[in-house]
Design a protein around this ligand. Structure first.
Ligand code: SF4
Length: 293
């Protein structure tokens, strides 16, 4: 795989001047501004077409040039997220990176987050679920409610993942995701740039949309990108500890997520609103029902 010459690691790390766009210099405080730079439908459609055949680096560079730290990288530190983070860091070492600690992650994930922080010398903003919501949910439905039914699992994902992500996105104009079209049927139609109507209309940027799993791993090996240690143990998709298992040979890479469920989407709801509207409505109904109790 050719790394674009203009993205050479040393050259980029040593010369961040080119990143002095009006939006790229801020601390997290700069995210508090009420001003928004959202794409309209026409522009988003044009950009989706324009960028579809472009490299991930070109998409990232364009987005960072436009929004700087007002476009954040959302990652759970899986392979795709690490590729994204590495590419973005080459372009702007001052990138805004955030994640969600659901409270149920593997110890290996916590260790890895700190490793990544040290490796790139970056801040990683960690969002947590709302304490009261977790207390009410666990009090009413138990510690491991997700095993009881798909509905209970949606509830837990909503409280522990979806709600913190909503908060994380509130001050942003765009967010990067490591989604790929061939990960699961619900992701088959994602665009590299689209409007995320379910999070207020900011841009959702998925630079790796047309990459294969093989390309992701080639990049990681070629550029010595830090790898989540659970891949070595046979995991192919990594989420919360009680809801993720090692996959067997021949299984789909997301088969280990919520493995006990039959015919339910392998999604937590964080990305589904854009991709599978039916799932979103089902979950919202459940959440509303819960709020009324
Ligand atoms: S993956 Fe499991 S533990 Fe994590 S938020 Fe979803 S249901 Fe809860």
């Amino acid at each position: 795989m050719d790394r674009p010459e203009h993205l050479d690691r040393q050259e980029r790390s040593d010369s961040p001047e080119h990143l002095d766009s009006p939006n790229s210099s801020g601390s997290l405080d700069s995210l508090d501004s009420p001003d928004r730079d959202y794409l309209d439908e026409f522009e988003a459609g044009q950009l989706a077409i324009e960028f579809d055949g472009e490299s991930p680096e070109a998409v990232i560079e364009w987005a960072l040039d436009r929004w700087g730290r007002r476009a954040g990288i959302c990652t759970s530190f899986q392979a795709e997220g690490m590729v994204l983070l590495d590419m973005a860091w080459q372009i702007d070492p001052n990138i805004h990176v955030f994640t969600v600690d659901t409270g149920r992650l593997h110890q290996e994930t916590y260790d890895f987050i700190d490793r990544v922080r040290d490796h790139y010398d970056i801040d990683i903003q960690v969002y947590f679920p709302d304490l009261l919501q977790v207390e009410n949910m666990v009090g009413a439905h138990g510690m491991n409610l997700f095993y009881k039914s798909v509905e209970s699992r949606f509830k837990c994902c909503n409280v522990r993942k979806v709600e913190p992500i909503r908060r994380a996105l509130e001050g942003l104009d765009g967010w990067f995701t490591g989604l790929r079209r061939d990960q699961w049927a619900s992701r088959a139609n994602i665009r590299k740039i689209e409007i995320d109507h379910d999070h207020g209309g900011l841009a959702k940027i998925s630079p790796l949309a047309d990459w294969t799993e093989e390309e992701v791993w080639d990049y990681i090996e070629l550029y010595d990108v830090p790898k989540h240690p659970l891949y070595e143990k046979g995991y192919t998709s990594i989420g919360c500890m009680p809801c993720t298992r090692v996959t067997k040979p021949g299984e789909d890479s997301r088969a280990g997520r919520w493995w006990w469920e039959k015919n339910a989407p392998k999604e937590c709801g964080m990305h589904c609103p854009v991709e599978t509207g039916g799932f979103e409505h089902e979950m919202e109904a459940l959440v509303a029902e819960e709020a009324e109790k």
